[in-house]
Design a protein around this ligand. Structure first.
Ligand SMILES: Nc1ncnc2c1ncn2[C@@H]1O[C@H](COP(=O)(O)OP(=O)(O)OP(=O)(O)O)[C@@H](O)[C@H]1O
Ligand SMILES: [Mg+2]
Length: 390
């Protein structure tokens, strides 16, 4: 069974703040599309999830100057129908920003179609995105619109855009240039009006240099760039975020976890947050559920030891040996992850590429906390987070 990889919704008046449990609606203004969508309703329905709650703006943007200017940029760009590229480390809130852009765009009453590119196998991605005609390939018993088409007069959110292969990148380029695309097996191009929002936690400039991302596509999607800072660069917002998550999860789980002690707050302020706001949220969620600060404190200490923290504390004793060991470990983890990704998570090929034995690779994957296979390679897992019960 394929993982849920796309969400389609049209925001209602509940879109912000009260959206929990809202049933998503597909809004479609063209009859032709509406008919087409009816024929695929069963497959699409499996892709629909509820919108989920978006935190209040004061929490999302906090106090830092970077976030304030980001908010201004976002407000301006939302009303203009131009492509937007959202960049930032995993867990910094790219998803939230993409939804906010849609909710403020001229097509806010249209569909918001999210495509989680890495979650769809490369071979299926083209048909998922652009659709197909009957008989286009073995098993194509009927025609099916792709998500590009379903996003007509709405927003198409391409999450982790760097995962598109070069052939799909050129199809996307055509879509961005003239709004045209072609279903697999179709004789003619179709036209859609769609606002494209892309997100990535990679540096696309580097992907261009290595030849895995088209430069012309980069210019097309990067008309406006919104860069979300990592949490360690907006430490001033940690306290408010903690208060928000505490209140939220106390309410959600009907718990009464108390405000954090000053010691723990100060530990949170010092921690380097590789998993960013998602990591902080999960930590507070665990605290609310377990109601015990000690679990969180010892967890933090463990994480500090596990990951290399480049913010070297000059106030205490410095162990060069320990720092070097941590840095080497972190570098090894990054290299293995990159090579695994390059080989589509094929561990035999990865071991060959790294000139180590298959067994050694398996050991290193386990040792570095990387997920064992592609389906689990969510960045928050890679960042070593322990997801709390939900
Ligand atoms: N500014 C914020 N205020 C409050 N909560 C936030 C904020 N940013 C992110 N979160 C929360 O952190 C979690 C991760 O956010 P989100 O999914 O938007 O991150 P992302 O950048 O898309 O991560 P990834 O690259 O892993 O997909 C979500 O549960 C979200 O609600
Ligand atoms: Mg995301």
């Amino acid at each position: 069974m394929q993982r849920v990889t796309a969400e389609i919704f049209a925001p209602s008046k509940h879109a912000f703040g009260l959206a929990l449990g809202v049933q998503p609606v597909i809004v479609c203004r063209s009859n032709r599309l509406a008919n087409a969508m009816t024929t695929v309703s069963s497959s699409v329905s499996s892709l629909i999830t509820s919108l989920g709650e978006i935190p209040p703006e004061t929490v999302i943007f906090g106090h830092s100057e970077t976030m304030q200017s980001l908010r201004e940029r976002m407000d301006k760009v939302a009303s203009a129908n131009v492509p937007v590229l959202i960049q930032g480390e995993s867990g910094t809130g790219k998803d939230i920003i993409a939804r906010m852009i849609h909710a403020r765009s001229p097509w806010r009453t249209g569909p918001f179609v999210k495509v989680n590119c890495p979650a769809i196998p490369g071979t299926l991605l083209e048909s998922e995105l652009f659709g197909y005609e009957k008989g286009a390939f073995t098993g194509a018993y009927g025609s099916k619109p792709g998500r590009v088409e379903l996003a007509h007069r709405g927003s198409l959110f391409l999450d982790e855009i760097s995962e598109l292969d070069l052939a799909l990148q050129s199809k996307l380029l055509q879509l961005l240039q003239d709004g045209q695309f072609c279903r697999i097996g179709a004789q003619e191009d179709k036209k859609v009006e769609v606002r494209v929002v892309c997100a990535t936690n990679r540096r696309l400039e580097e992907e261009i240099e290595t030849g895995t991302f088209r430069q012309d596509l980069f210019y097309r999607i990067n008309v406006v760039n919104l860069h979300l800072p990592p949490l360690r660069e907006r430490r001033g917002d940690i306290e408010d975020l903690v208060a928000y998550f505490l209140e939220y999860y106390n309410r959600k789980y009907n718990c009464r976890a108390r405000a954090l002690s000053l010691d723990l707050m100060s530990a949170l302020q010092k921690y380097h947050w590789p998993g960013n706001i998602r990591e902080l949220e999960n930590l507070i969620k665990r605290y609310v559920i377990l109601g015990n600060e000690e679990v969180i404190s010892s967890d933090l200490v463990g994480r500090e030891q596990e990951f290399f923290n480049p913010d070297i504390n000059l106030d205490g004793p410095i162990s060069l040996k320990k720092l070097t060991r941590q840095a080497t470990r972190e570098l090894e983890r990054k290299v293995i992850l990159k090579v695994l990704q390059a080989h589509h998570w094929n561990r035999k090929q990865t071991a060959r590429a790294l000139s180590i034995s298959y067994r050694a690779l398996l050991y290193k994957i386990r040792d570095s906390g990387l997920p064992a296979n592609r389906s689990k390679r969510r960045p928050e897992v890679i960042a070593g987070q322990v997801a709390a019960a939900d």
